[in-house]
Design a protein around this ligand. Structure first.
Ligand code: F6R
Length: 248
């Protein structure tokens, strides 16, 4: 997997935001919509802040942008403080000119018996939009992408999954205590992600050093879901120096 290494997450995030903005503008020039796959978590926050700045200060418009988020806790109220729906509005959507009907984020409020159908419908909507042009990813300490935990099949599609204990511990700071954290999530699958035309995975800081080395340089294995990106020929890892420090 090609990598680009920056001194810090600020510089790396600026590069990612510029790549996204360039794609949006070139699609605009061609009169086409731009379909973005988006992640939440701490990793892309600074990229979203830079996109908001580009909108406010440099006239970047999101009128032609259609978004699909990777994942959401399940069950969770859409408006809950910890929901990824809220995260996306707070960090990006409330500050740009995207058409609300172009925003897609899995809902944590779907009744359990309807989740299967809902996930199929999510896949169908991605296809109907023309597929994802650019997918933004973070990486879990255990190598997950989206909430595709170790062992997820390369053929997996959008579905309900059980979160790993390690993921619940890593993300528990978002909740008052770990018992309040959902045990399940809805996530795009590995095959959904691999169908994106381009993939940008970002990783910052020491917690990611070990898993980044495995994903980039070790065997392709479903035990490290991010290593499956080695099989995608338009994927790029954007790293800070610390996250990249175990690469040979
Ligand atoms: C979130 C997502 C997850 C995160 C990963 C890293 O939408 O898809 O795979 O990217 O858990 O989380 P942070 O960025 O908080 O380290």
């Amino acid at each position: 997997i090609p990598v680009r290494i920056y001194p810090d997450l600020k510089e790396g995030s600026k590069f990612a935001a510029r790549e996204i903005a360039d794609l949006i503008r070139s699609k605009q020039a061609a009169g086409q919509s731009c379909v973005l796959g988006l992640a939440t978590g701490s990793t892309p926050r600074s990229t979203y802040a830079e996109l908001v700045r580009l909108h406010k200060e440099e006239g970047l418009s999101f009128k032609n942008v259609i978004t699909f988020n990777l994942d959401e806790y399940y069950p969770i109220d859409t408006d809950a403080l910890q929901s990824y729906n809220r995260f996306m509005h707070v960090h990006l959507f409330d500050h740009i000119d995207i058409d609300p009907k172009n925003i897609h984020i899995p809902s944590g409020e779907i009744p359990k018996e309807e989740v299967k159908k809902y996930c199929l419908e999510y896949e169908r909507m991605i296809e109907e939009a023309g597929g994802i042009d650019l997918q933004v990813l973070g990486i879990g300490n255990n190598g997950h992408i989206g909430f595709n935990e170790p062992g997820s099949s390369i053929l997996s599609r959008t579905r309900l999954v059980t979160l790993d204990n390690s993921t619940r511990i890593a993300n528990s700071h978002e909740f008052a205590n770990i018992s309040e954290m959902p045990r399940l999530a809805i996530t795009m699958g590995i095959s959904t992600i691999l169908k994106a035309k381009r993939i940008l995975l970002m990783a910052w800081g020491p917690a990611k050093t070990f898993v980044v080395q495995k994903a980039v340089e070790d065997n392709v294995t479903e035990q490290i879901p991010a290593s499956l990106l080695q099989q995608h020929n338009e994927s790029l890892f954007i790293l800070d120096e610390i996250a990249a420090s175990d690469l040979t």
